[in-house]
Ligand binder design. Structure first.
Ligand code: PGA
Length: 229
């Protein structure tokens, strides 16, 4: 348990996937931003689509909201002749972090562990924090990555989250293997009413939220519930 004098840092990260127009994205920021406290142990981040990133970044800066901005991917290659790719060198300054190796990218776009390791290198060499999604205990964590999200496939978008005990066991296994300074988040059907069970586990440092993060009200409730532990 986190002691009340020195509560642990808890990440609450929204993964919007391929959702929200720029207008909808800005509306979400205007509803969520003013309700967040700067004095909280909860670190909040939002990961919109590429097209909304810059507008979101500006809205966060204008409102002076304590929200980090992340992408949901980035290119394994540097700036150059790679049509359609979004390189870390150009995302630098707009995003603080990047979700890498999400199972939807591995499954739908054939991303391999090797490509994900290249993306981590691109991120870290451009001062972007890589957040690598790991689907099971055997998923490798690339060198230079200190933030991962354990997201069991069957828990994503299903309404059937993993048990906090199992998620904590897997998180502990990752920390044993890669070092205690690896922060492990849990993702998969996280909602306002189950988030606390996960983040109160010692080995779990936060949550990555898909579906429930689209609703500003549910997202703020998750932040507030996590801030209470
Ligand atoms: P979910 O998605 O919260 O909708 O299950 C989580 C994720 O895919 O990151």
């Amino acid at each position: 348990m986190a002691g009340s004098e020195n509560p642990k840092t808890i990440w609450v990260i929204a993964n919007w996937k391929s959702n929200k127009t720029i207008e909808e994205a800005l509306n979400w920021i205007s509803l969520v931003g003013p309700r967040l406290s700067r004095q909280s142990n909860v670190k909040v981040a939002v990961c919109p689509t590429f097209v909304a990133l810059e507008e979101i970044k500006k809205a966060v800066a204008t409102g002076n909201f304590p929200i980090l901005v992340g992408s949901q991917d980035l290119s394994p290659f540097p700036v150059g002749a790679y049509t359609g790719e979004e390189p870390a060198g150009l995302l630098k300054g707009i995003v603080d972090l990047a979700i890498l190796g999400h199972s939807e990218r591995r499954h739908n776009f054939g991303e391999t562990d090797e490509m994900i390791a290249q993306k981590v290198t691109q991120a870290t060499s451009n001062s972007i924090t890589p957040l690598v999604c790991v689907q099971g205990e055997d998923t490798p964590v690339p060198e230079g990555c200190k933030l991962v999200a354990f997201e069991p496939l069957e828990a994503i978008g299903s309404g059937h989250p993993d048990t906090p005990e199992d998620a904590a066991r897997v998180a502990k296994a990752f920390k044993d293997k890669y070092g205690d300074d690896l922060a492990v988040l849990y993702g998969g059907s996280v909602k306002p009413d189950n988030c606390v069970e996960f983040v109160k586990e010692d080995s779990i440092s936060g949550v990555l939220i898909g579906g429930a993060s689209l609703d500003p009200e549910a997202f703020v409730q998750i932040i507030n519930n996590c801030a209470k532990i």
